[in-house]
Write a protein that binds this ligand. Sequence first.
Ligand SMILES: C[S@@+](CC[C@H](N)C(=O)[O-])C[C@H]1O[C@@H](n2cnc3c(N)ncnc32)[C@H](O)[C@@H]1O
Length: 280
Amino acid sequence: MITVKQAQQRAVEVLLLSSDTAHMDVNILVGHCLQKSRTWLMTWPDAALTDDQVVELEGYVARRVKGEPIAYIVGEQEFWSLPLKVNRFTLIPRPETELLVELALEKIIKKNATILDLGTGSGAIPFALKSEHPDWQVTGLDFSQDALNVAKENADRLQLVVDFIQSDWFEKIPEQLFDLVISNPPYIDGTDKHLAEGDVRFEPDTALIADEQGYGDIRRISCEASRYLTDGGLLMFEHGFEQGAGVRRILKDSQFDEIETIKDLAGLDRVTIGRWRSAP
Ligand SMILES: C[S@@+](CC[C@H](N)C(=O)[O-])C[C@H]1O[C@@H](n2cnc3c(N)ncnc32)[C@H](O)[C@@H]1O
């Protein structure tokens, strides 16, 4: 027989060699295995694991030793306090993407606003917006049907109504104007050495990498977005911390107005916004 405490100690010993967050990882993995909260684990350290649970935990620990992100192992990641299903077809939503959500909530003050999220993945951005503004009509698109299947499952789990469309950027978007086009698109240069480190090794390349040193998708979206924006509508991108000036230039070339870059909590350029004005 093996107790919760013993299982935790053994797993920490194995993970200390490969993970900087071994103790936290183990709490999450043991909790997931037993379907119990962290408080429960602390309250019942002498509770026994079944043989099946021991085998399951060993499997999780082995995956973590190989560097697989915890979110993929447990199949879930929290974003905007919403529990989202994720898998290897979706990016794992990042805390810095919550800045996009905050800015959208700050800038869009209209009732029944129409919002389009480009490259929606697990649906993180639409669900965060919809949870704050049930009156908004939110659409998410992605070219990955596998990612959209996850987003639709999240919609059911969260009981939030969002339209999802499979499309290569604007290709299949019906003639419709949006108050906000928002996107966390792929923006990493394919030669970036960080792609060989950490969680990103397990995430889809198509969610991360863009051509033109990471600017290709931002440029494509910027060139076409004006056809889908209301007069005064906003285009809002998350981007890499060294891409603020580049994204501002792209928005300027695409005739956007009131262009500004906003820094994240670490003081780094993270989001750039432009406003579309139809010609008088
Ligand atoms: C950086 S991920 C963002 C996912 C999600 N919005 C988030 O913040 O967690 C970029 C997403 O864009 C999608 N994508 C990449 N190229 C695309 C294209 N040409 N058309 C539509 N979606 C695309 C990817 O499948 C991926 O889900």
